[in-house]
Ligand binder design. Structure first.
Ligand code: NAI
Length: 259
């Protein structure tokens, strides 16, 4: 499905990113991996970088090969990490890296952002999201203070994913003349090294959601959707956010609307 394609994968060293890298290779693609930690396998080229740092991303961009056919923005930190860091890695760094390399992607390239079920409530945060549209790394701390983001446990994570879903929609046609599209994938809770961080943050809510679910997700549930979006089969899928959550969004929608 990805024969001969070169795909940049951030977060390639663990969890969903590692499984996505493995699956890209098993479908004939080449993986240009990026992570703060060395991957154990499944990359053709690896670049160590800290996606919370503008200087590190600038150095990375200089080193990255040009002409990649896809970019999978998967790296992320959990809601238990410091609020500034969550917003820097999961939103600001992701956007900065994408903006810096999009001109060097091949025409027809696919960009996929790993969002989350946590981003589903973006409609309730539109003003904050607009205010963060041009947020720079060194402005994150003031933003966090302004919106009292630390006062609600996990809010930094929910906010970053909400803003990411919105940014994905906003970029539905940004690079249309070059055939470059952007979409998002939103998993529910997935068994990776950071699952416990989500459970600790969500507390009772996590228990409730587990009760209605048959099981937690696995990286193997999520990666095929990324590979599909990265392939040439999806040129007309643009700006969407695909939930891969065992039916949780559908369940919430049905309950909310008495269905
Ligand atoms: P993970 O911890 O297994 O993988 C995350 C990867 O990102 C790690 O290899 C880590 O080293 C890398 N990373 C983190 N900060 C970085 C930085 N500053 N610079 C460079 N690399 C960095 O976690 P998982 O679960 O695979 O998460 C992947 C993505 O999926 C994240 O964006 C996360 O928010 C998202 N997600 C995860 C869910 C889950 O339940 N595990 C649910 C929904 C979304």
């Amino acid at each position: 499905m990805l024969e001969g394609k070169k795909i940049i994968v951030t977060g390639c060293s663990s969890g969903i990113g590692a499984e996505t890298a493995r699956l890209i290779k098993s479908h004939g693609g080449m993986v240009i991996g990026i992570d703060r930690n060395e991957p154990a396998a499944n990359v053709d080229t690896f670049f160590q970088a800290d996606l919370s740092s503008k200087a590190s991303i600038d150095a990375l961009v200089k080193a990255l090969p040009k002409g990649a056919d896809g970019l999978a923005n998967i790296a992320g930190v959990p809601p238990t990490a410091p609020a500034d860091l969550v917003i820097q890695v999961n939103l600001v760094g992701l956007k900065y890296l994408t903006g810096k390399i999009v001109d060097d992607l091949a025409d027809g390239a696919s960009i996929v952002n790993l969002a989350s079920l946590a981003g589903a409530g973006w409609q309730n945060a539109v003003d904050q999201i607009k205010d963060a549209a041009t947020l720079d790394f060194d402005e994150v701390n003031d933003f966090v203070e302004k919106y009292k983001i630390k006062e609600t446990q996990g809010r930094s994570y929910f906010f970053a994913k909400e803003a990411l879903v919105v940014w994905t929609m906003q970029n539905r046609w940004t690079w249309r003349d070059r055939g470059i599209r952007m979409n998002a994938v939103s998993p529910g809770a997935v068994e990776t090294p950071i699952l416990q961080d989500f459970l600790d943050t969500l507390g009772k809510k996590a228990e409730e959601s587990r009760k209605v679910m048959d099981r937690w997700g696995t990286p193997e549930d999520i990666a095929p959707v990324l590979v599909f979006l990265l392939s040439d089969m999806t040129p007309w899928i643009r700006g969407v956010n695909i939930p891969v959550d065992g039916g949780q969004v559908a369940n919430v929608m049905c309950n909310m609307n008495g269905l």
